[in-house]
Design a protein around this ligand. Structure first.
Ligand code: MN
Length: 196
């Protein structure tokens, strides 16, 4: 994770644990976005940008349950930290919280992530604060506006009964709900015009 200071610890024997394993893993983030429609944005770091999909109903951890994922334009990596208000008149106007954030790894060595996305089927393992385990991202349509599905794999992190969207609605950065974030006034963190 970004905040971990690694300088000067190279001489300290590291257990083969999380810090060592995490350092090279790319980021993923899920932002809850109360715009004209409430939705979630799933973004994953691929080759220096955040590839992005809108999840109209958010992610599901029910094994095999399909959630529509609509691809949208890439975002800069720095956007993974953004939460706050997007002013009226700007694209995506509304309120954003970082609902979940962590790292991911591809479940297959080949092809690489960019190639797998190109081919329309990526299997990943998420290590978020809320979402964990295997997910498949599958393209189902073709043409100019392809549709994708985000599907939780059947593993020990799946649950048929527990819904993290309703059970854990708060930001992993600020602890705020999206309503609390919306009511914060004088937010000076404005992300610019790019959003969806
Ligand atoms: Mn959005």
């Amino acid at each position: 994770m970004k905040g971990i200071e690694r300088k000067g610890i190279s001489d300290i024997p590291e257990p083969a644990g999380e810090l060592g394993a995490m350092k090279d893993k790319p980021l993923f983030v899920i932002q809850k976005h109360d715009a004209s429609n409430l939705h979630y944005d799933f973004r994953m770091e691929v080759n220096g940008v955040l590839r992005s999909w809108v999840l109209p109903k958010g992610p599901s951890i029910k094994p095999g349950e399909r959630r529509l994922a609509i691809p949208v334009e890439d975002h800069p990596i720095g956007y993974a930290d953004f939460e706050g208000r997007i002013p009226e008149g700007q694209y995506g106007a509304g309120t954003v919280i970082v609902w979940d954030r962590g790292t991911y790894s591809s479940l297959k060595e080949h092809p690489d992530v960019a190639t797998a996305l190109e081919e329309g089927h990526l299997d990943i393992w998420l290590e978020g604060e809320k979402l964990k385990g295997g997910f498949a991202l599958i393209r189902t349509g073709s043409g100019e506006k392809p549709r994708w599905l985000l599907v939780k794999m059947r593993d020990e992190e799946a649950s048929a009964t527990w819904d993290p969207l309703s059970s854990k609605p708060r930001s992993v950065l600020s602890g705020k709900t999206i309503e609390e974030m919306r009511d914060v006034s004088g937010d000076d963190h404005v992300p610019g015009t790019m959003d969806c």
